[in-house]
Design a protein around this ligand. Structure first.
Ligand code: NAP
Length: 345
């Protein structure tokens, strides 16, 4: 019989519930055997839905349990480092949702522990690498058919944020996706970075910057410009265009259908041309999450991780630290990493 990986999941919120369903219903070669969360009720409710074990709020108990072979971390950002370190203490496989941590120093500890074990055990949830649009962009760039990449123009717009969100989280939680995907698309590393405060939107009423503009320069001289809006008031809108020497590649919108109509209640207006805009990351990247977790389980069952590593999580955090430190200085700050260990080459 084929192997079935027994997974424990920590953090039963939005993406925790989604990944739990995904693994149980869609991912071959794996199942979720146990869940834990901050409040016991969240874990109990999810466990009851699938008839699996609840560890209540005992997240470290779940990690240590002998039945649990791999751990999926879907709790809030500030908890990731400690849970990853706990999983590594037991030398188990770990899928940690982005970000790996909220700063580079924490990620260095994770890297040091993996080096001590001598094996990659951690994968970071940078699921955009599994999105068909981004993957096709990378294939075209890597083919060299349209020349060397020169520039990236991107934007990451979110509808709204929950309580406690701060300006820095616009980088560590939101733009972290672009910090990973841009270096992956370009096959290049960051030289320096600057975060620019621009005119603030009327939607910015909760004390955090919105929008922010993220500027990055790479070692090969590419220039990256990312508009980050965390409260855009209309939708979840992800855009990315890479300008190369002899052409460009652009991320397609997930819906290709353009509708021309006179919407109900708009009788006095001219017919409008529109495309639906999603409001939710779950729907926008649904296929990428499926592919990502299938690929992770497959690589774990084969004994060798192939997806985004702790090193990738670390580099994104180094760039994030530089961006947050640059805010208000009008300066590009160096994106200075430690030397890349052989394990991640
Ligand atoms: P959420 O709905 O707020 O859920 C977060 C969960 O974390 C809550 O259920 C909460 O538990 C739990 N939690 C809080 N403190 C904890 C602790 N000390 N120990 C264990 N669990 C704890 O947030 P979310 O949207 O699901 O996001 C969760 C994580 O996934 C975040 O790190 C986020 O950045 C990441 N994420 C990634 C993507 C992506 O595109 N890759 C998309 C969304 C989210 P209780 O319910 O028990 O209080």
């Amino acid at each position: 019989m084929d192997k079935v990986l027994k997974i424990g999941l920590i953090g039963c919120g939005a993406i925790g519930k989604d990944h739990c369903r995904r693994i149980i219903e869609k991912v071959p070669g794996a199942t979720v055997v146990a869940v834990a969360s901050n409040t016991a009720k969240s874990a109990d409710d999810l466990a009851a839905k699938y008839g699996i074990r609840s560890f209540g709020s005992d997240c470290n108990g779940l990690i240590a349990d002998p039945e649990v072979e791999a751990v999926v971390i879907t709790s809030i950002d500030s908890t990731h480092h400690d849970y990853v370190m706990e999983v590594l203490k037991h030398e188990k496989w770990c899928f940690c949702e982005k970000p790996l941590s909220q700063n580079a120093a924490d990620c260095e500890e994770i890297i040091a522990r993996e080096l001590e074990i001598g094996k990659r055990l951690v994968q970071v949830g940078f699921m955009r690498r599994y999105d068909r649009g981004y993957a096709e962009m990378k294939r075209i760039i890597d083919s060299g058919e349209i020349g060397a990449p020169l520039l990236i123009k991107a934007c990451h717009r979110n509808v709204s944020q929950g309580p406690g969100f701060q300006t820095e989280n616009g980088i560590t939680n939101v733009a972290i996706h672009e910090l990973d995907i841009c270096r992956w698309l370009l096959g290049d590393e960051y030289e320096d970075a600057q975060c620019v405060r621009v005119r603030q939107s009327a939607n910015s009423t909760k004390g955090y910057d919105n929008p922010q503009v993220v500027l990055l320069r790479t070692k090969k001289g590419c220039f990256i410009d990312v508009e980050v809006q965390v409260a855009d008031g209309y939708g979840y809108d992800i855009q990315c265009e890479v300008v190369c020497e002899n052409g460009t590649v652009k991320l397609p919108d997930p819906y290709a259908v353009v509708r021309r109509s006179r919407p109900a209640g708009w009788d006095s207006l001219k017919p409008a041309e529109c495309m639906p805009i999603m409001t939710d990351w779950k729907e926008r990247f649904i296929e990428a999450y499926d592919i990502e977790l299938c690929a992770w389980v497959d690589s774990v069952n084969k004994g060798k991780l192939t997806g985004p590593s702790a090193w990738d999580g670390y580099v994104a955090c180094v760039a994030g630290d530089a961006l947050n430190a640059s805010r208000g200085t009008s300066q590009f700050l160096k994106v200075q990493t430690i030397e890349k260990p052989e394990l991640y080459c």
